[in-house]
Ligand binder design. Structure first.
Ligand code: ADP
Ligand code: MG
Length: 288
């Protein structure tokens, strides 16, 4: 491999908004057959909107939102930002704790408040059966549903919508045209993940994957003989980006994702993912 030819491709990438960390990255892209895409912030815009508050039991929608916002004020998750943005005002919470990939908890007005996946609430001894039907219904429409509990009682559900990037469908079609297999990887639930995958044409889905397990999914694919490119943006994606043969961070991503990646994609347009893979393949062909 002539280093000069590779450096030319690195320079060409920079012009296209594809920042390749070094010429060796192009060599590791050889034989990539699987592209794993994170859902939130990569395939979708990651700009969630709280579309609905569904109160349960005798609670009002305002009370559910007020308590949830108090907890979420301490969180950096995109869900938290959407919840806080919708609440007019909220009390100050004590003892905030983030539960990565699950939700968050804190004490508000002397009450233990949990916000997150129903499974996480159940693990904290909150009975969630009464909410199951409403959760499934909203998830089937592609929404992300978060449950709110106060002192071991589910008091309501928050429904959040996240739009797929306008470029996502074309990007996936291009990856398939290049003969690559696509997989959606997310901490979100199976029903929501399926709805998003279907909308953009991604064939395989791995949902409900905890942040700590995302890298394991990549390692498993590699052990199965695949060469894997992973595209992601979040803190949660950093170990997976590092584990992949080629890690691609979408430019608006968190610092740690940018640091863990081999290639940084500066353009918002998701078609930059197939563009980067094509650029790498072309540069290898040139030097053979
Ligand atoms: P993704 O893989 O889509 O980026 P995460 O792994 O960050 O998602 O989170 C997975 C799920 O955990 C979310 O869909 C949500 O149900 C729950 N969750 C995580 N953090 C929070 C939070 N701060 N508030 C509410 N729910 C949360
Ligand atoms: Mg993400």
């Amino acid at each position: 491999a002539t280093p000069t030819a590779l450096m030319v491709s690195v320079g060409r990438g920079a012009q296209l908004g594809i920042l390749i960390k070094g010429p060796e990255v192009l060599e590791s892209s050889k034989g990539i057959d699987t592209v794993v895409l994170d859902k939130t912030g990569t395939v979708t815009t990651g700009e969630l909107t709280l579309t609905e508050v569904l109160p349960l039991a005798e609670f009002s929608a305002d009370e559910v939102l007020r308590l949830a916002a108090a907890v979420e004020a301490g969180s950096e998750h995109p869900i938290a930002a959407a919840v806080v943005a919708k609440a007019d005002a909220h009390p100050k919470a004590d003892g905030f704790a983030a539960l990565p990939g699950l939700g968050a908890k804190a004490t508000v007005d002397g009450h233990a408040v949990l916000v997150g996946r129903a499974r996480m609430l159940a693990e904290h001894d909150v009975p969630v059966e009464t909410a199951t039907e409403a959760i499934t219904k909203a998830e089937s429409a592609g929404a992300t549903v978060v449950a709110v509990a106060r002192d071991r009682e589910v008091i309501g559900l928050l429904v959040l919508a996240d739009e797929v990037k306008p470029s996502a469908k074309a990007a996936v079609a291009e990856l398939h045209r290049l003969g690559l297999r696509t997989m959606l990887l997310t901490g979100d639930n199976e029903i929501t993940a399926r709805a998003v995958a279907d909308e953009v044409g991604i064939t395989d889905v791995r949902a409900g994957v905890l942040p700590a397990d995302k890298a394991g999914v990549i390692a498993e694919l590699r052990e199965g003989g695949h060469r894997v490119a992973m595209a992601g943006d979040g803190i949660n994606d950093a170990p997976a980006l590092a584990t992949a043969d080629v890690g691609l961070a979408v430019g608006s991503g968190t610092d740690i994702a940018l640091r863990s990646a081999d290639i940084i994609l500066v353009r918002e347009d998701l078609r930059v993912v197939p563009d980067a893979i094509m650029l790498a393949h072309r540069s290898l062909r040139t030097i053979q």
